[in-house]
Design a binder for this molecule. Structure first.
Ligand code: DX5
Ligand code: ZN
Length: 221
């Protein structure tokens, strides 16, 4: 799966930018509060409008403090998947249950420096695990290859039936890095600058998807 990140899109033309990647699996929406990360982007009103402007399922990535308080609103606004940060959530187990009750999938994200092991039990409640491959806050950064160890561990936990979730990666995904991530076992690739920086975003999505597909399925057999 490929999820273009609208962080790299033109914010004055969000409906058009969403339409430009109509064939994408999910549309990744980066919500930043200027506290959890040193950047401020968009919030609930924009997500609500976007929800009505595109049929592509919204994958909301909340880089915010106090997600226990705010995440539910995004589920109620119709986000398909709502991802909160493990580093910020007070009660991630309850939060996942609340998100499900509001009709969304629940995602848990970990920053590059956050280990996976302490979160494995909590992840039993989650549908997606978003492994950050850059420090959250900005698009256009370089892929941190070290996080692929966490991807491999997560892949193993899923393939052996210990967890049931999608492994998602976010940050620095492009034609040069996607194969390594696919090989490590990623299911869903978030890509901002490599999609919206391309002349034809839809073609960039298709190219990333086929590039990942050449690697991952055969390794998983
Ligand atoms: C970074 C965001 C990413 C960002 C990725 O904090 O979570 O979703 O948009 O952008 P690229 O693909 O340019 O690294
Ligand atoms: Zn993101």
């Amino acid at each position: 799966m490929v999820a273009p990140s609208i962080l790299s899109a033109d914010f004055a033309r969000l409906a058009d930018e969403a339409a430009a990647v109509e064939g994408a699996d999910w549309l990744h929406v980066d919500v930043m509060d200027g506290h959890f990360v040193p950047n401020l982007t968009i919030g609930l009103p924009v997500v609500t409008s976007l929800r009505n402007a595109t049929a592509v399922p919204l994958d909301c990535h909340l880089m915010i403090d106090a997600p226990d308080k705010w995440a539910i609103g995004y589920a109620e606004a119709g986000a398909h998947n709502v991802t909160v940060h493990a580093e910020a959530a007070a009660d991630p187990i309850m939060l996942a249950k609340d998100l499900h009750a509001a009709g969304a999938l629940a995602g848990l994200s970990i920053k590059p420096g956050t280990p996976l092991e302490p979160w494995i039990e909590v992840l039993a409640q989650y549908d997606t695990l978003l492994i950050m491959s850059v420090e959250p806050g900005f698009g256009g950064q370089s892929f941190i290859f070290d996080v692929l160890d966490k991807v491999r561990t997560a892949r193993r936990l899923v393939d052996t039936g210990h967890l049931k979730l999608l492994v998602e990666i976010d940050g620095g995904i492009n034609g040069d890095t996607i194969e390594a991530a696919a090989e490590a076992g990623v299911d869903c690739f978030v890509a901002g600058s490599s999609v919206y920086g391309a002349d034809d975003p839809a073609r960039a999505v298709a190219a990333l998807r086929s590039r990942a597909a050449t690697v991952s399925p055969h390794l998983r057999r």
